[in-house]
Design a protein around this ligand. Structure first.
Ligand SMILES: Cc1cc2nc3c(=O)[nH]c(=O)nc-3n(C[C@H](O)[C@H](O)[C@H](O)COP(=O)(O)OP(=O)(O)OC[C@H]3O[C@@H](n4cnc5c(N)ncnc54)[C@H](O)[C@@H]3O)c2cc1C
Ligand code: FES
Length: 366
């Protein structure tokens, strides 16, 4: 009896799977949606061949929505408001949208397939985001798994961005990846340098883009990116600033501090950088020099797992227990955090426990 039920389940699942497969094939090879119009903000109209995602269709027309995961539906960055023509909300979109957004018609552009005319709304500043071609003019190794890339702009030859923003780098197809992929990287250089940008990139084992960067990309190669994106930027106040970062999260903070130095900022600034061992520290000398150049800046590297027998004299353990020592006036402190989601959650909890207001805690997590 049990064997008969099991066999029936296997046969039914097999038939359903086969039918679903046929549907996908039919959709891929036979579906023809013809020309579709995309009305943007009631001001601009695109006429495109239906069948691609809304994100890809916009990209082809040089309208670049943020899409840190490259359209895989895992970052939730590619939001836009769809007034008509987007079809039903998909289960893949729901985890990224709150009820207010769902009621307003906010959708993930990478998940919508253009099958009919669409009316959408996007923020006006998206029209300023451009695609850049650049040359890799320098590659520097910072640690065993962190590199800095300097990208000299070719076309356009200048970029305007705010310290803390990021770009989306395009890794072309290569031996280990059949398709080009796009990934987000924070700009590490100062916005005052408009003819190049620097990125600080940590290798992710087996990661598509970072394997390309670490094992294939060479000085002198050309590479494309879009940007600038993001609102992890310096708030224009006179409040104290507490920066906390780990790993490659140093990138946007470096850009912010170099910008603040150039502006002659007198704000009180503390930068706590979390690393496991001394081997994970980098740019230490540069940040020590910034202590001299900025009016009121302290750099505090903290090692969570210093190797036994090393001559480390600095702070050890986790960062939050040191907050009472460094946060003088919690109500007048802005916190800028960049690191892994786990690190951001732990640091945010520590900041709230030490009296920093939630609305003054800004972060990029990756
Ligand atoms: C706004 C923003 C800014 C960013 N800025 C930077 C930056 O300045 N420097 C930088 O190095 N990265 C940055 N990232 C992360 C970067 O975009 C990529 O996610 C990362 O480089 C991995 O890409 P990949 O193609 O090599 O790995 P993928 O092929 O995408 O991933 C391979 C596998 O590794 C896992 N994985 C992905 N990312 C990580 C990770 N960070 N740690 C551990 N496992 C991971 C995935 O779940 C997957 O299983 C940023 C991300 C965002 C959203
Ligand atoms: S591009 Fe990442 S979710 Fe759409």
């Amino acid at each position: 009896m049990i064997i008969t039920i099991a066999n029936t389940v296997i046969i039914v699942s097999g038939i359903s799977g086969f039918l679903a497969f046929l549907l996908v094939l039919a959709e891929k090879f036979f579906a023809n949606y013809g020309e579709c119009k995309i009305d943007i903000n009631g001001k601009k109209e695109l006429v495109i061949e239906g069948g691609s995602s809304l994100l890809a269709s916009l990209n082809e027309n040089k309208i670049f929505l943020a899409s840190a995961c490259g359209g895989r539906g895992s970052c939730g960055f590619c939001k836009c408001t769809v007034k008509s023509g987007g079809g039903p909300l998909l289960p893949t979109e729901k985890p990224f949208l709150n009820s207010q957004e769902i009621n307003k018609g906010v959708r993930l552009a990478c998940q919508i397939k253009v099958k009919e005319d669409l009316q959408i709304e996007i923020p006006e500043e998206i029209f300023n985001i451009r695609k850049f071609k650049a040359e890799v003019s320098q590659i520097r190794n910072f640690t065993y798994d962190i590199k800095e890339l300097t990208l000299k702009l070719i076309e356009p030859n200048e970029i305007d961005f705010k310290a803390g923003q990021y770009v989306q780098l395009e890794a072309p197809p290569y031996e280990k990846s059949k398709h080009s992929v796009t990934r987000a990287y924070s700009i590490a250089s100062s916005p005052l340098h408009k003819d190049y940008i620097q990125l600080i990139i940590r290798r992710v084992p087996d990661g598509i883009c970072t394997t390309y960067i670490f094992d294939y990309l060479q000085q002198g190669d050309n590479i494309n990116f879009t940007g600038p994106f993001g609102d992890f930027i310096i708030r224009d106040t006179q409040s104290d600033m507490l920066f906390v970062a780990g790993g490659s999260g140093k990138a946007p903070i470096k850009s912010m501090l170099e910008y603040l130095q150039n502006q002659g900022s007198k704000r009180r600034m503390i930068y706590m950088f979390g690393a496991r061992t001394k081997d994970d520290l980098y740019l230490t000398e540069e940040f020590r020099e910034l202590e001299e150049k900025l009016a009121d800046f302290t750099y505090v590297p903290v090692l969570s797992k210093p190797k036994e027998g090393t001559d480390w004299q600095g702070k050890t353990g986790y960062i939050p227990p040191y907050f009472p020592e460094y946060i003088k006036d919690p109500q007048n402190t802005e916190a800028y955090l960049c690191g892994s989601p786990g690190m951001i959650a732990a640091v945010k909890k520590g900041l709230l426990e030490n009296g920093v207001s939630e609305d003054k805690i800004y972060y990029d997590s990756f």
